[in-house]
Ligand binder design. Structure first.
Ligand SMILES: NC(=O)c1ccc[n+]([C@@H]2O[C@H](COP(=O)([O-])OP(=O)(O)OC[C@H]3O[C@@H](n4cnc5c(N)ncnc54)[C@H](OP(=O)(O)O)[C@@H]3O)[C@@H](O)[C@H]2O)c1
Length: 335
């Protein structure tokens, strides 16, 4: 595997974190079935490589993801790891989604169950997965701040929040990081959200750095997503949108080949190049994917290389929204 992964402070006042994190969502069925033993092996390989940040959500597989992480950590030192947990998404037994709950009583309830499932006495970073429009963000963050006071949570984060919400939340309690989608083809945060985070000294943990696999170089017209796989309903993976988006990937492949790198490595290296305050979440669910992704840390892209990457996959060139219409409506960051 690559060189040891470095560390840096997540935000102006935040904890030290590895330069990349591991997002564990795909290990709990969001992109179709995942192999449990391989998931655990991938978690261990990530920790062995020096990754300290593990990202999860209590709703990923309705607790499945947290219990998987607990199992992986049973043979490891929990204090070496930063557990970043999202809460608030409401699920049904049929895998359905039922909105978000950011009420103070719900915050404490979600947290109580998470601590049990993870088998820990505190969560390192706790964040609402989405801003609940029916609850002022001050109340949601205020409830997490009480949990910080009580020792059950170390730091507070946000997810897919817009600039105004970030400022309001940060005035209640310091926010350490905003988790949000950011990639060569999802650059919406550059306008006002990223500048707001930088102004306030808030870090960014970037997800969707491969656009759910679309710009990994491993997706093709022949690969179909079915059933509850997120990509079966994602506009960027549909019909003529997919054709256009895969053309962009082929343009990126030419740049990658010239650098003796893979498409995924160039896409991840581009995110890394955007600033030290941005921590990319690697969404690997297998060890081979993790190894490929970590190869991006060894890739040196010059300013000329980066310009070439952006010519191959220009901002705004992708077709289709990053979420289906109903989910887009729940994104405070898009309002
Ligand atoms: N805050 C939020 O709203 C939010 C939303 C989504 C995700 N997240 C977090 O961010 C993490 C990453 O998100 P994401 O799934 O959107 O990431 P991503 O990097 O855009 O996509 C990951 C998918 O890309 C494919 N892939 C192909 N080659 C890969 C490689 N070398 N390394 C990694 N993946 C490769 C895999 O799918 P195949 O195995 O099917 O090829 C993998 O599941 C999640 O695990 C979760 O913790 C947060």
């Amino acid at each position: 595997m690559s060189n040891p992964i470095g560390r840096h402070p997540l935000s102006a006042s935040g904890p030290e974190v590895s330069n990349v994190g591991l997002g564990c969502m795909a290990m709990s069925g969001v992109y179709g079935p995942a192999d449990r033993a391989e998931s655990i092996a991938t978690l261990h390989a990530a920790l062995d490589a020096g990754i300290t940040l593990l990202d999860t959500g209590d709703f990923y597989g309705m607790g499945h993801n947290e219990m998987l992480i607990r199992e992986a950590l049973s043979s490891r030192d929990r204090d070496e790891v930063l557990l970043s947990v999202k809460f608030g998404a409401l699920r049904g037994p049929d895998n359905s989604w039922g909105g978000n709950d950011g009420r103070p009583a719900a915050v404490k309830n979600f947290l109580a169950y998470t601590l049990q499932r993870l088998g820990v006495d505190h969560v390192d970073i706790y964040r609402p997965a989405r801003v609940d429009p029916s609850v002022p963000i001050e109340e949601t963050v205020g409830a997490i701040a009480e949990m910080v006071q009580a020792g059950y949570v170390r730091h507070i984060g946000l997810s897919e929040a817009g600039a105004d919400t970030i400022k309001r939340a940060h005035s209640v309690h310091p926010i350490v990081d905003l988790q949000i989608e950011y990639s060569l083809i999802s650059r919406g945060i550059e306008k006002s959200i990223l500048p707001t985070c930088r102004e306030l000294g808030i870090g960014v943990t970037a997800y969707g750095i491969l656009s759910r696999g679309l710009i990994s170089g491993h997706w093709s017209r022949e690969r179909t997503a079915a059933g509850s796989d997120f990509r079966a309903h994602a506009p960027r993976f549909a019909g003529e949108h997919l054709d256009r988006n895969l053309e962009l990937v082929e343009q990126l492949r030419s740049v990658a080949e010239a650098k003796d790198a893979s498409v995924a490595q160039v896409a991840i290296a581009w995110v890394i190049s955007r600033g030290r305050d941005i921590v990319p979440l690697i969404g690997a669910r297998r060890r081979d994917q993790l190894a490929e992704a970590l190869g991006a840390l060894d890739l040196q892209l010059t300013q000329d290389d980066l310009a070439e990457v952006e010519r191959a996959m220009p901002a705004e060139a992708a077709m289709g929204d990053r979420y289906p219409a109903m989910a887009m409506a729940h994104l405070d960051s898009e309002h």
